[in-house]
Design a binder for this molecule. Structure first.
Ligand SMILES: [Zn+2]
Length: 379
């Protein structure tokens, strides 16, 4: 094996990049090859070692094969990106599906060598996939919108964060005002709780924050309507502890009530009863001694204000909204046996058929539709 500077195996990574150049990921392969080349001939051994490691890290995250499933998922991501870019938003064209155990989103910067403060950004959307040959469950695809929402808010969420920040400050100062009469231990306790509320609800474009997660649930129902409610319920119905408080994730119970609030705002009230039932049943799991603390963190004012700010953001940025009238258009398309080619038509058709037909009819439809759309995407 030929090794370059001081035994660093650049040949291996170069070969991998050559393979990538022959895949649909040409643009990324070119960026990474240029990056490697510049470091190879212009930087220290230490920098080269780090660069080879970094490129390898990126390569291990990419799909290991570029099959019809990859084309299908890339096609849907493109369909969402194009539709979301019709208003004032601009969605990157380097968002790539990759496969893992769970849904997720990751942003990876790729340095531009002659511009030290600038980066190309690669966005990966992780899609759960056990066996690549399996037909994907199209009922899960509202989560693709959710993950695209993470991309959207981490890049273009400032407007929403600014809008929510002024509201957040108002809620905190009114909480502080209410605790002013407390004395001694009661005052210390009340202040400690308010400090924690401030931390959990801190407006941030960070993908691991309560604010971003709750806003994205609202964006998802804005974009695909009740199909998101069903996907959300399916995902969370078995949650072991819906009241678990962590900095990185809001409690599932809080996400559920916030989502119900968003559904009410968007006039999807007739579709919320099963989510409401799920949320009601959970109440028995919350020990009475934890109730007050939980209610303080959950903070009705915060989540209602955040939902309002998110609806406003969607409206202002021209993010396409799913309306009741869209059901008729999609139903007509289904009656004409046409393959739904837009992401929204696909997600909603799957939801309608699953709701109204037997399991067999649904899986036949899913198989037929996936195969047709994957074939169309490859062309
Ligand atoms: Zn999320």
């Amino acid at each position: 094996m030929r090794r370059g500077k001081s035994g660093i195996d650049t040949e291996n990574v170069q070969n991998k990049l050559k393979n990538l150049l022959r895949s649909p990921m040409v643009e990324l392969a070119t960026l990474l090859s240029d990056y490697l080349l510049t470091v190879q001939y212009g930087s220290s051994e230490d920098d080269l070692r780090k660069t080879v490691k970094y490129i390898n890290m990126i390569l291990t995250r990419l799909p290991d094969l570029y099959d019809s499933r990859f084309y299908f998922d890339s096609y849907l991501i493109k369909s969402i990106s194009e539709s979301w870019s019709r208003g004032s938003l601009r969605i990157s064209n380097m968002i790539v599906p990759a496969y893992r155990q769970n849904w997720g989103h990751e942003t990876i910067p790729i340095p531009i060598m002659d511009q030290p403060t600038k980066y190309h950004i690669l966005d990966l959307i992780y899609i759960p996939c056990d066996e690549r040959e399996d037909i994907p469950s199209l009922l899960d695809y509202p989560w693709l919108i959710h993950e695209m929402g993470h991309h959207l808010l981490s890049k273009q969420g400032k407007e929403l964060i600014d809008r929510f920040t002024s509201y957040y400050k108002k809620v905190l100062s009114s909480l502080r005002l209410r605790s002013i009469a407390d004395r001694g231990i009661a005052k210390t306790r009340a202040n400690a709780v308010i400090d924690e509320v401030a931390e959990y609800w801190c407006p941030s474009t960070n993908s691991k924050s309560w604010v971003q997660e709750i806003a994205i649930d609202a964006i998802s129902i804005w974009s695909c309507g009740p199909a998101y409610l069903s996907a959300f319920q399916f995902e969370h119905s078995e949650t072991p502890d819906p009241f678990l408080i962590e900095q990185a994730h809001p409690p599932v119970e809080l996400r559920t009530v916030a989502l119900i609030q968003a559904a009410r705002k968007l006039e999807w009230v007739q579709f919320i009863s099963s989510l409401e039932n799920m949320q009601r049943q959970w109440q028995f799991q919350l020990p009475p001694e934890n109730r007050n603390r939980y209610i303080a963190f959950k903070n009705v004012e915060m989540y209602k204000g955040l939902i309002d700010a998110t609806m406003n953001y969607c409206e202002q940025t021209g993010l396409p909204r799913f309306y009741k009238a869209d059901f008729e258009r999609i139903q007509e398309q289904m009656n004409g046996n046409r393959i739904p080619k837009e992401y929204i038509d696909l997600i909603v058709s799957a939801w309608i058929i699953n709701k109204n037909q037997t399991e067999n009819v649904y899986s036949e439809w899913e198989k037929k539709t996936y195969t047709a759309l994957a074939t169309y995407a490859i062309q």
